[in-house]
Design a protein around this ligand. Structure first.
Ligand SMILES: [Zn+2]
Ligand SMILES: [Zn+2]
Length: 426
C-alpha cells in the first residue's frame, strides 16, 4: 500500500490523522509500532524517548501563515537601516546588505560568503521550500520537485543561523556602547520578528508528517520488538519509512538507504582532527583589528574576552568566552569521547551517551556568534583613520572550526551508540 489518498486528492493526514504502521527511530534505530494519531498528538521513541512524530493541527496553514510572515519580515529587514552609531561628530549607518558588501568589498570574500549564506541564501531557500511544500500538502498534489524540496528542508535546518546572527548583533552593540552612541534601526526590529517567525515555521515542520501527507503511509513490513538492524530492516532517515535490507532506495521518498552511515566514525574523526588543526590559528592570530586615531590594535578571541572583562562588560565577556572558547573545546572533546565510546567504551550508558551527542548537536552553531560580531563591527565601524575595524585572519579559521565541528556531529551516527548493547543482549 503506497498511498491512501482520498478521491479529492487530499490525504488523511491533511485532515489531521496519522496512520503509519511502524517506523524506526532516527536516533536509536528502535522499531516503534505507532498507534493512529490525531491532530495535536505525538509519539516518542519507546527506547530512547526521542520525539518520533508530532501531528500539528492545521500544519499546512500554520506553515503558510508563519512562512509568509517570515518572508515579509525578511524583506522589511533588508529595506531599512539595521544599526547606526555616532562618535565624535561622525555618524555611520548600515543595512544588512552593507554587512555583506563591506566584507566582499574589503576582500574578505570567504567571510562574506559565510555571512551571505547564513543570512540570505539559506533562509530564502528554506522558506521557499517550506512554502511550496505546504501548498502541495494543502492541495494534495505531489510533483517531482517536492521530493527535492522536502529533502532540502531537512538538510538546511541545522544551518539556519539567523538567531545566532541576532545574538551577534546584540554583542556588537554592547561592545560599541562604551565608544559611541548606538541606534537600532527599523530593520533590526524587523529582523527580530523574522527570526521569531522563521523558528515558529520550523516548529511546524515534521518530516514524517510531511511525507505521510504528500505520499500516504509507507509500504507495510512485518516487524517485531527490536532495532531495525536486528530485523534485517532499514529505517529511512528522510521520511521514516521501514524498508527491507535489500532495498537500495526508499520507495516513498526515493532517498538512498543505509542501515548505518558509511564510514561514520572515520569521517567524524577526520573532521575533528581538521578542526583541531584550525583551532590553533583561530586562537593564536587576531580575529579583529581595531584602528583608533591611526593606531592599530589586533585582538585575539581570548584578548577580546579579557578586554571586555576589564571594561566591566561581564555578560558579553561571558557570552564570547562560552561561545568562542568553551563550546568549541567541549564539542571537540565530547565528539572524541563519543567515538572512543563506540569503539572501546562501556555499553551500559546509552541514554546519557546519546544525551551528550544531542548537546554537541545543539551547541555547535552558537560558536558562530563571534564571527558575526566581527562581520557586523567591520561593516559598521568604518570612519577612516579616526576609527575602523577589520576582520583578522583568525575569523575565517574560527568559522571553519565551527563548520567542521558541525559536520563532524552530523556525520556521527548516533544509532551506533545502541548497537553494541543489542549485540550483548541478543
Ligand atoms: Zn529512539
Ligand atoms: Zn524515505
Amino acid at each position: 500500500m503506497l498511498s491512501d489518498r482520498e478521491p479529492n486528492g487530499v490525504t488523511e493526514m491533511s485532515s489531521g490523522k496519522y496512520h503509519e504502521q511502524a517506523t524506526a527511530c532516527d536516533h536509536c534505530d528502535w522499531v516503534n509500532v505507532l498507534p493512529p494519531l490525531q491532530a495535536g498528538e505525538q509519539h516518542d521513541c519507546a527506547r530512547c524517548g526521542h520525539l518520533i512524530v508530532k501531528c500539528h493541527p492545521n500544519a499546512p496553514q500554520q506553515l503558510l501563515s508563519n512562512g509568509c510572515s517570515a518572508v515579509l519580515m525578511f524583506i522589511m529587514s533588508l529595506c531599512f537601516v539595521f544599526l547606526g552609531f555616532s562618535s565624535q561628530g561622525s555618524h555611520q549607518q548600515i543595512t544588512l546588505l552593507d554587512c555583506i558588501y563591506g566584507l566582499m568589498g574589503e576582500h574578505y570574500i570567504s567571510l562574506g560568503i559565510i555571512v551571505t549564506l547564513s543570512l540570505l541564501v539559506l533562509p530564502v531557500i528554506y522558506l521557499t521550500a517550506v512554502l511550496l511544500t505546504a501548498l502541495a500538502m494543502r492541495q494534495g498534489k505531489l510533483r517531482a520537485i517536492h521530493y527535492g524540496l522536502t529533502h532540502t528542508i531537512n538538510a538546511l535546518k541545522p544551518w539556519l543561523m539567523v538567531d545566532v546572527f541576532l545574538l551577534g548583533g546584540l554583542v556588537a552593540l554592547v561592545k560599541l556602547q562604551s565608544l559611541a552612541e548606538i541606534e537600532l534601526g527599523l530593520s533590526f526590529w524587523a529582523f527580530c520578528v523574522f527570526t521569531i517567525c522563521l523558528f515558529r515555521t520550523i516548529s511546524f515542520v515534521d518530516k514524517r508528517w510531511i511525507w505521510h501527507c504528500l505520499c500516504g503511509p509507507a509500504p507495510t513490513v512485518a516487524v517485531r520488538s527490536g532495532s531495525a538492524l536486528s530485523q534485517g530492516l532499514k529505517g529511512c532517515q528522510y521520511c521514516g519509512a521501514l524498508m527491507t535490507a535489500q532495498t537500495h532506495k526508499c520507495t516513498r521518498c526515493h532517498h538512498v538507504l543505509h542501515q548505518r552511515q558509511q564510514g561514520s566514525l572515520n569521517n567524524t574523526l577526520a573532521l575533528l582532527f581538521a578542526s583541531c588543526v584550525l583551532y590553533l590559528p583561530a586562537n593564536l592570530f587576531p580575529i579583529m583589528i581595531t584602528t583608533f586615531l591611526g593606531t592599530s590594535e589586533p585582538s585575539t578571541i581570548m584578548g577580546g574576552v579579557i578586554l571586555l572583562w576589564g571594561m566591566k562588560s561581564y555578560l558579553v565577556a561571558g557570552v564570547i568566552f562560552v561561545a568562542s572558547i568553551l563550546v568549541p573545546v567541549m564539542k571537540i572533546l565530547m565528539l572524541f569521547w563519543l567515538c572512543w565510546q563506540i569503539r572501546f567504551g562501556c555499553r551500559e550508558y546509552e541514554k546519557p551517551t546519546q544525551r551528550i551527542y544531542h548537546i554537541t548537536e545543539f551547541i555547535g552553531r552558537w560558536s558562530m556568534v563571534d564571527v558575526f560580531v566581527v562581520a557586523i563591527l567591520s561593516a559598521l565601524v568604518q570612519l577612516g583613520a579616526m576609527m575602523n575595524i577589520i576582520p583578522g585572519i583568525a575569523a575565517i579559521s574560527f568559522a571553519a572550526v565551527v563548520i567542521l565541528t558541525m559536520l563532524a556531529a552530523m556525520s556521527f551516527d548516533s544509532r551506533l551508540i545502541w548497537d553494541k548493547s543489542e549485540e550483548i543482549t541478543t
